[in-house]
Design a protein around this ligand. Structure first.
Ligand code: FHN
Length: 457
C-alpha cells in the first residue's frame, strides 16, 4: 500500500512538473532571437482620441477615462479595418528578420479580436469588419514560416464583473465604475467562465499554436496558474507559455520596456515599443531611431534574450509609417550581421565599455505600468559579445575610435584570426599585456558593426 501511495505522489508530482515544453522547443525559441508583438484592438480605432480630445492612456483609456462598458463597446460599431492585410503584416515581420508573431487576442478591455464562441463581445459579432483576423494572420504565418502566439490579458478584464486587482491600490486596475463592489468579485468565476473556455477555443480552433503570451496575472492564484498551465499542455503540449501566467509556471521570463543588467541563463524575452505606446496613438509620432533599436536588440541577445518588438497597427489595419525605417534597418543589419545573432548564445561576458572608463548605460528602474520606457536613452560607445562554436562576435556599438583595447580577451583565448564582417573594413590585432588591441581600417559604414574572432579549436 505504501509503495502505491508513493507511486501516486510521484506521478502527480511528475505530471505537475512536466507541464512544460520540451527542450527542443526552448532551444528553437532561444535561437530565434526576434519576434513581432502586435497590439491591435478597439483602442486602435480611437487612436488616442476620446470625445474630441486626446485621451488619457492608449490601450488603457477605458480605465483612465472610466468609460462605462456600454459606451466603450459602441466603438466596435465603427471598427472596420478595411486596409487590413494579414499577409502584408507577416511579410513585413519576416522581412525584418522576425521569426514569430504575438498578437493581442484579448487585451484588458475584454474584447476578443477573434471569433469567440465564449463571448459575443468580439470582432466577428460586434463590428462591421465581421472577420476573424487571427485566422488570417495564422494562415499567413504558416505560409511564410513564422511561428505564432496569442497575447491574452489574464488578470485584467474590464468587460467581466469578476476581475479584482490590487495594483497600485485595491481595484487600481479593475473596472470599478461598472462593477464597484471590488470585495465581492470572484476571480475563480472569471477564470472558469471566460479564461479557460477562451484559452481552450484559442488552442483548439486555429491549429498548432506556438505561444500563449499571458499578461498582467494580477491576483491569479498558484492553483489557477497551474491549472491553466496543465490545460494548455493537455491541448497543445508544444505551446510555450510566458511567465506572466503567474506563480512561476511559465517557460520563459519577460522583461518589459527595459534591458537586463547581465546574462540570464533561463530563456527570456524583452518586449519593447517602437514608439511610446503599445497600441496606435495618433499623438505618438516620435519613434525610436533605427540604430537605437538595433543597439537594444544586440544588448538583449548578448545577455541571452529575445527581442519582441511591438507595433500598434491603426484602426484601418495598417502599420504606422514611422515603423518603416526601423523595420528596414533590422532587415539591412541582420542581412549583413545576422550570423552574429541567430543561433548564438552569450559568451562568458556580455560586453564591455571603451577603456576610457566611459560610464555604462543607466537602466531606468522607476517602472509604472503601460506608458513607460525604461530603456537607456543615452548612447555609450561600447561592445557586446555573442558566441557560436569557436567564434566570438564583437558587436561594436557607436564607437568612432579606430583603435581600441578590450580587456575581456586574453592569450588564453587562443585567437587564430579576427576579421570584419563588413568587407569595407580590415582589422589588425594583437594581445598586449593580456588584453586585445584592435585597429580597424577602411570606411565604417554602420553605427553598429561586427568583428568575427576565430578561436583555435
Ligand atoms: O498593461 C499592459 C500594456 O497595455 C501592454 O499590453 C504591456 C505589454 O507587455 N503589458 C501591460 C503593461 O505591463
Amino acid at each position: 500500500m505504501k509503495q502505491l501511495i508513493l507511486l501516486i505522489i510521484y506521478l502527480l508530482t511528475f505530471l505537475n512538473l512536466s507541464a512544460q515544453v520540451n527542450d527542443s522547443i526552448v532551444d528553437w525559441f532561444k535561437d530565434s532571437k526576434l519576434g513581432m508583438f502586435i497590439h491591435w484592438g478597439l483602442y486602435s480605432h480611437t487612436a488616442g482620441d476620446w470625445k474630441g480630445r486626446p485621451s488619457k492612456g492608449a490601450e488603457h483609456f477605458m480605465l483612465y477615462e472610466r468609460i462605462p462598458l456600454k459606451e466603450y463597446s459602441k466603438i466596435a460599431n465603427e471598427f472596420d479595418p478595411v486596409d487590413f492585410n494579414a499577409s502584408d503584416w507577416v511579410k513585413k515581420a519576416k522581412y525584418a528578420g522576425m521569426k514569430y508573431m504575438i498578437v493581442t487576442a484579448k487585451h484588458h478591455d475584454g474584447f476578443a479580436m477573434y471569433d469567440s464562441k465564449v463571448s459575443d463581445y468580439n470582432i466577428v459579432k460586434r463590428t462591421p469588419f465581421a472577420r476573424d483576423p487571427m485566422s488570417e494572420i495564422i494562415k499567413a504565418c504558416r505560409e511564410e514560416g513564422l511561428k505564432f502566439g496569442f497575447y491574452y490579458s489574464l488578470g485584467r478584464d474590464w468587460e467581466n464583473p469578476n476581475v479584482p486587482t490590487n495594483w497600485p491600490v485595491k481595484g487600481g486596475r479593475s473596472n470599478t465604475w461598472d462593477y464597484p463592489d471590488e470585495d465581492n468579485k470572484r476571480l475563480e468565476i472569471y477564470i472558469e467562465e471566460k479564461v479557460k473556455p477562451q484559452i481552450t477555443e484559442l488552442l483548439t480552433n486555429y491549429g498548432e499554436i506556438d505561444f500563449i503570451w499571458f499578461d498582467t496575472p494580477e491576483l491569479v492564484t498558484k492553483e489557477q496558474s497551474l491549472e491553466l498551465r496543465k490545460l494548455i499542455f493537455k491541448i497543445q503540449p508544444n505551446c510555450m507559455v510566458n511567465q506572466r501566467i503567474g506563480n512561476n509556471y511559465g517557460d520563459y521570463e519577460i522583461v518589459e520596456q527595459k534591458l537586463n543588467n547581465d546574462i540570464r541563463k533561463e530563456p527570456w524575452e524583452a518586449c519593447l515599443t517602437m514608439g511610446k505606446n503599445w497600441s496606435f496613438n495618433k499623438y505618438d509620432t516620435i519613434y525610436k531611431k533605427p540604430d537605437i533599436l538595433i543597439r537594444h536588440f544586440v544588448d538583449i541577445v548578448s545577455k541571452g534574450g529575445n527581442l519582441l518588438l511591438n507595433i500598434g497597427p491603426d484602426g484601418k489595419g495598417c502599420f504606422p509609417v514611422q515603423t518603416e525605417p526601423g523595420l528596414a534597418e533590422f532587415h539591412n543589419w541582420l542581412g549583413k550581421y545576422g550570423e552574429a545573432i541567430y543561433g548564438t548564445q552569450p559568451w562568458r561576458v556580455y560586453g564591455e565599455n571603451l577603456m576610457q572608463q566611459v560610464e555604462s548605460e543607466r537602466i531606468n528602474e522607476n517602472f509604472h505600468d503601460a506608458e513607460y520606457d525604461g530603456t537607456p536613452q543615452e548612447i555609450v560607445p561600447d561592445f557586446r559579445y555573442t558566441n557560436k562554436d569557436n567564434i566570438v562576435y564583437i558587436i561594436v556599438r557607436h564607437v568612432e575610435d579606430k583603435e581600441y583595447v578590450l580587456s575581456s580577451f586574453t592569450s588564453d583565448d587562443r585567437i587564430k584570426s579576427i576579421e570584419s564582417i563588413d568587407s569595407n573594413m580590415s582589422v589588425k590585432w594583437k594581445i598586449i599585456e593580456e588584453k586585445l588591441k584592435i585597429s580597424v581600417f577602411g570606411k565604417k559604414k554602420d553605427l553598429i558593426y561586427v568583428l568575427k574572432v576565430n578561436l583555435l579549436d
